[in-house]
Design a protein around this ligand. Structure first.
Ligand SMILES: [Fe+2]
Length: 144
């Protein structure tokens, strides 16, 4: 059974960002399955590479949209992203150092708690701004 399940109540109102969140959840579920099977060792390097790249791309996409619609708390939101990025880089560094004891479990705990609370609290703060932008685009309103 999946550890974390994306559901409509987690939608931030922008399809591309919801899709990113779904992909992140899917990576966590794959890690959870591997931890239960005891096969996580082989997947840790590619998974952490993907998480590093994916969080970077997803955060850039999200921040560009927030900037585009003039979201007033972009700086604070960006700081949260940067804090997670620092933690992911530190976990990734442990792979290089060979210090992989309990690494999979730590990645799982970090992302599970961070992702769901970040979406429900911080991402939801920008939702009305991004939804309004999407609506005005759908109506063919001229670019600001
Ligand atoms: Fe975010």
């Amino acid at each position: 059974m999946a550890l974390v399940q994306w559901q409509e109540s987690l939608s931030v109102g922008v399809g591309a960002l919801d899709q990113d969140h779904r992909s992140l959840f899917s990576m966590l579920n794959q890690l959870n399955d591997a931890l239960q099977d005891g096969t996580e060792g082989a997947m840790m390097a590619p998974l952490l590479d993907r998480l590093l790249l994916y969080t970077r791309e997803h955060f850039a996409r999200e921040e560009a949209l927030m900037a585009e619609c003039g979201y007033p708390d972009l700086a604070a939101h960006r700081r949260e992203h940067q804090q997670l990025a620092v933690q992911v880089r530190a976990l990734h560094q442990r792979l290089t150092d060979g210090s992989t004891e309990s690494l999979g479990r730590e990645v799982l705990v970090l992302f599970k708690t961070w992702l769901t609370s970040h979406i429900r609290v911080s991402d939801f703060l920008y939702k009305p701004y991004l939804v309004a932008r999407t609506r005005s685009h759908d109506r063919g309103a001229p670019e600001a």
